[in-house]
Design a protein around this ligand. Structure first.
Ligand code: BG6
Length: 487
């Protein structure tokens, strides 16, 4: 099949919040990389919606800068860049009304045979207004698609409110709720690892697995996003979406196929099986932390309060918790979820801790260390199996854990596309497999609220931790459980 055959149908791509950080860092580079690699053909328009008046040339220049540093492995030249930039039209929409949407309508009508994708890269508080105005302006048709950035609300009630309003304009089949973790190559590899290898799938249950640890550690602070972050915190910013989606992929039953609803049905069951926390279990099984000043890679960094320019805040920048999936397969297996900002290093990892062998024939008084499957998602992509191995020598049966490592880069030369590239292409193709369905979000919010409600109820304190460390309380929960720190 030639590249041309694989090209996608023509489209208009409308980005609300088109001058924002996400659009600059992720959306334009992703579209550009797919264009430079000729997966997207020449028939498309990018409509950038901005809210504040600004000169257009510097804006286009900024987009150009962002796309040209996007990926060194992409073979592009200035002609390709100029071609891409020529597809962009910028429209100023200060407020939402039929009148202010007219220029947008005109552009879309010029290419009425193209499919329309509306990307809402704005706070979810304006999603409803945008949707309503698109509908009232008769801009949306049955083939239009809408892409919604997280977070969708900040509670179950606000999610329901926004969702109900959006579904007045777009049907579920037209809605693409993004969780960019699902677009990561290594996250998709989790599916292949689990469901294409007999070796693992046969021992993937509470009979064989002692616990699962999912860590997404960041060494960056909140940067310029303090305004948003201080209203959400680590639980809503990371656990409600990314970590729960990773948990789903680890815990779900094999779907019949990778068709969108088959996958989402299985993920939903996991979310619905999560054991609710109560006033007692949030106290013992969750930790909230906030970073103070410290050093990252020998460089001094400021505290969270300094970053957000406030004297006090009850927002957590670190959260660790113990979850249970109460179903046949996972009964009694703790899933430890942990994430935080300004930690010692940036890494995302899933550790499957298998049970130890039942009896140690080499020394019945001791327990043999357990096998581990370590799935490293970033920054390097790697899978390691930790197994016991005899230490060579005549001194009897001495053994130690040794890692067998599969490094992606050693096995594949291909460039690993950014998560947004895969996701945006899936939107254009109409494939919803890697996007969240409304009932998944409802279930996730319901569980998250069992934590937030009880945190409020018992006034769960915040533990301070120094930036550049592994988190508060040396990562020990008050129930005595500890985290394994891998590096
Ligand atoms: C975003 C969060 O969804 O994910 C950020 O809002 C976080 O706070 C980011 O930094 C992490 O994504 P990644 O791909 O860098 O692990």
């Amino acid at each position: 099949m030639s590249k041309k055959d694989k090209m996608l149908e023509a489209f208009n791509f409308v980005i609300f919040g088109g001058d924002g950080d996400l659009a600059m860092r992720k959306i334009y580079p992703a579209l550009f990389c797919r264009f430079a690699e000729q997966q997207i053909g020449g028939d498309f328009n990018i409509v950038v919606i901005i809210r504040d008046e600004m000169p257009i040339e510097p804006l286009l220049e900024k987009i150009k800068e962002q796309i040209t540093v996007a990926d060194k492995k992409i073979d592009f030249n200035s002609e390709v860049v100029a071609d891409f930039i020529s597809k962009i039209t910028v429209i100023l929409i200060k407020n939402h009304s039929i009148k202010t949407y007219q220029p947008l309508k005109n552009i879309l009508q010029e290419h009425s045979n193209y499919q329309d994708v509306f990307y809402f890269s704005t706070p979810s508080s304006v999603f409803v207004e945008i949707c309503d105005t698109l509908r009232e302006s008769s801009i949306v048709n049955t083939t239009s698609k809408v892409v919604l950035e997280k977070p969708l609300g900040n509670s179950l009630a606000s999610f329901e409110e926004i969702n109900t309003q959006i579904t007045k304009t777009f049907s579920e089949k037209q809605i693409y709720r993004i969780d960019h973790y699902l677009g990561k190559e290594t996250v998709q590899n989790l599916m292949v690892l689990r469901f294409s290898n007999h070796l693992f799938e046969r021992s993937w249950d509470s009979e064989h697995i002692d616990n699962v640890q999912i860590t997404v550690a960041e060494n960056l602070g909140v940067g310029t996003r303090g305004g948003y972050y201080d209203k959400s915190g680590a639980l809503l910013d990371m656990v409600q979406n990314h970590l729960l989606q990773l948990l789903c992929l680890v815990a779900m039953e094999p779907p019949i196929s990778v068709e969108a609803d088959q996958m989402r049905n299985e993920k939903l069951k996991v979310l619905q099986s999560l054991r609710m926390l109560n006033a007692e279990s949030v106290k013992t099984d969750t930790v909230r932390g906030q970073y103070t000043r410290g050093k990252i890679n020998k460089t001094k960094v400021s505290s969270y309060l300094e970053d957000i320019n406030k004297y006090a805040s009850n927002t957590e920048t670190f959260v660790a918790l113990k979850a249970y999936v109460d179903n046949w397969r996972w009964k009694g297996v703790p899933f430890y979820l942990r994430t935080g900002k300004r930690l010692e290093q940036r890494y995302s990892e899933i550790v499957i801790n298998f049970k130890s062998v039942k009896h140690n024939i080499f020394n019945p008084e001791t327990t043999v260390p357990n096998n581990k499957l370590i799935i490293r998602l970033q920054p390097e992509e790697r899978i390691s199996i930790v197994q016991m191995t005899k230490i060579p020598g005549p001194g009897g049966y001495r053994y130690k854990p040794i890692s067998l490592k599969l490094d992606y880069l050693d096995s594949f030369n291909e460039r690993l596309p950014e998560a947004y590239e895969r996701l945006l292409i899936d939107v254009l193709r109409g494939n919803q497999t890697l996007f969240m369905r409304e009932d998944e979000l409802r279930a996730a919010w319901t569980w998250i609220e069992s934590i937030t409600d009880n945190w409020k109820k018992i006034k769960q304190p915040i533990d301070l931790y120094e930036a550049g460390t592994t988190g508060p309380r040396d990562s020990v929960m008050s129930n005595g459980d500890t985290w394994e720190i891998h590096s």
